[in-house]
Design a protein around this ligand. Structure first.
Ligand code: SF4
Length: 489
């Protein structure tokens, strides 16, 4: 389909094309894990010298949804109307998906342990999941709203190799008593203290929408004071996908206007154009050095950083060990004598421009990475962006782009799953948790029962509540699948 937006013609996928786009099933040879992705980047003209994807890693990250349940009800939730009724996928299947991620993308791939909120999974199982990710040579990140992410839990997860924790905190979550992003800073401080001193990289995620866009600069100013703990800020722009009640984004919110807001909060020009991550319409990436509460743009010299990327493409930086990361960077740098001159010049300029702050901070330098992630609306999916997608979800059938997964989530979460357990092979039913004989899945069609209100979130919940007080029959988007009399146990 072709739509005209801002004078541009864009080919959006039709419903048929969305239906037909399947997860990746072909497993590359171990030494060539990046090749399929590099080929896809070439297909869409994005395999350039500044492209990090395919060089530093064979996939940006893979989301492993270990539960569909959540303890919040965000106004921009990407989950489905059915999510809350779906049982947690058996551990065995989660382990199989972890192995599948390792087979597709190889060691050091970042695996986002997510959901729903992953902390709602039984604690013992969550620990085992992180352990399995570590054992496979992958890097586990916990993506959580923080409500149940206690210090004790983080300590347990660190002991089995957790690498990052990403706290999602923003006004879409409708947390009681917090009206603005400014109000939420007290909660952010609490989470920062919860993670302080642990061998973890600490990230914060913020969904940017009409009502908090103006607060982005003050949010950046807040995090400038916390770079001793927080090393990455990810801003995810409002997208019309999932069950959330908010839909279309204000036209003012674009990756470019986000950059302006971030720069305003940084009181600095920050270079988002030096290095590319996947498709520039999807991702914008920059890094700043943080010295004495001030930010200094890091990637301000493409002549140095683009060839440096190539020279360090296969170096692994252990995010949880600052000293090891610096040593790995220095070793790679010393192996690239053609860059010594440019590197020395860049360093001299940085030291000169930051001399007063370096003095005040006694030489202490932190870093703050910025990611802007521009998810697509479920009905506005672009082929090239999906083709160059750096953000996969592990489905039962293989990895698939997160945007595509969000557009047809029910296809994956409601499908019975074949389990090969100690008691033999069987099908596991996601709504009942029942084991069924292993026959073709379509002989066990999903027939979602009528959900009680406790299983409803987002738009469907709002509509069900409205309809309860109305004498007219229930009219919901999924009326064919959901009614409110029966329960799913
Ligand atoms: S998840 Fe969507 S927005 Fe993100 S990289 Fe993939 S296609 Fe682009």
């Amino acid at each position: 389909m072709i739509y005209a937006a801002d004078g541009l013609e864009i080919n959006y996928l039709s419903q048929e094309e969305i239906k037909n786009w399947q997860p990746y099933t072909e497993i590359p040879a171990e030494s060539q894990a990046s090749e399929p992705f590099i080929q896809r980047l070439k297909d869409v003209g994005l395999w350039t010298p500044s492209q990090i994807a395919g060089r530093r890693w064979s996939m940006g990250c893979v989301s492993l949804e270990i539960t569909q349940r959540c303890n919040l009800d965000c106004t921009l939730c990407y989950l489905s109307e059915h999510s809350e009724a779906v049982r947690d996928v058996p551990l065995q299947e989660i382990f199989r998906r972890i192995d599948m991620i390792a087979a597709h993308y190889g060691k050091n791939t970042d695996v986002q342990v997510s959901g729903g909120d992953p902390t709602l999974r039984q604690r013992e199982e969550l620990v085992q999941i992180v352990q399995r990710i570590t054992d496979k040579g992958l890097r586990a990140s916990l993506f959580t709203n923080g409500i149940l992410a206690s210090r004790a839990l983080l300590v347990d997860l660190c002991a089995v190799g957790l690498v990052d924790v990403a706290f999602h905190v923003d006004t879409t979550q409708q947390r009681k008593g917090y009206e603005s992003e400014q109000d939420l800073n007290t909660l952010r401080e609490k989470y920062i203290e919860c993670a302080r001193g642990l061998p973890l990289a600490v990230f914060f995620n913020t969904t940017v929408h009409d009502a908090n866009f103006h607060e982005v600069p003050s949010l950046v100013r807040f995090f400038r004071q916390h770079t001793d703990v927080v090393s990455l800020l990810s801003f995810q722009l409002q997208a019309d996908t999932g069950r959330g009640v908010l839909r279309n984004r204000d036209q003012r919110i674009t990756p470019d206007t986000m950059i302006e807001r971030i720069q305003s909060g940084a009181d600095q020009s920050i270079g988002f154009d030096t290095l590319t991550v996947g498709h520039p319409s999807c991702n914008r990436y920059a890094m700043a050095l943080s010295i004495n509460g001030k930010l200094y743009d890091c990637y301000d010299d493409p002549e140095f950083f683009v060839p440096l990327l190539e020279a360090t493409a296969h170096v692994s930086f252990p995010r949880t060990d600052r000293r090891a990361t610096i040593m790995a960077a220095l070793r790679a740098f010393f192996k690239a004598p053609h860059l010594w001159g440019k590197g020395a010049l860049w360093l001299a300029r940085k030291i000169w421009s930051a001399k007063a702050d370096l003095w005040a901070a006694r030489g202490k330098v932190n870093k703050l990475t910025f990611m802007i992630h521009n998810f697509m609306d479920a009905c506005h999916l672009e082929h090239d962006r999906l083709h160059a997608c750096i953000f996969m979800v592990a489905t039962p059938d293989g990895p698939i782009s997160m945007c595509l997964h969000n557009a047809k989530r029910d296809e994956y979460i409601l499908k019975p799953i074949a389990i090969n357990g100690p008691e033999g092979k069987h099908l596991w039913h996601p709504l009942s948790g029942a084991k069924m004989p292993l026959v073709a899945a379509n002989e066990h069609p999903i027939d979602p029962k009528i959900y009680p209100i406790k299983f409803l979130k987002g738009r469907t919940r709002v509509e069900a509540l409205l309809n309860r007080s109305s004498p007219s029959p229930v009219q919901q988007p999924n009326a064919a699948l959901i009614s409110v009399e029966d329960t799913v146990q």
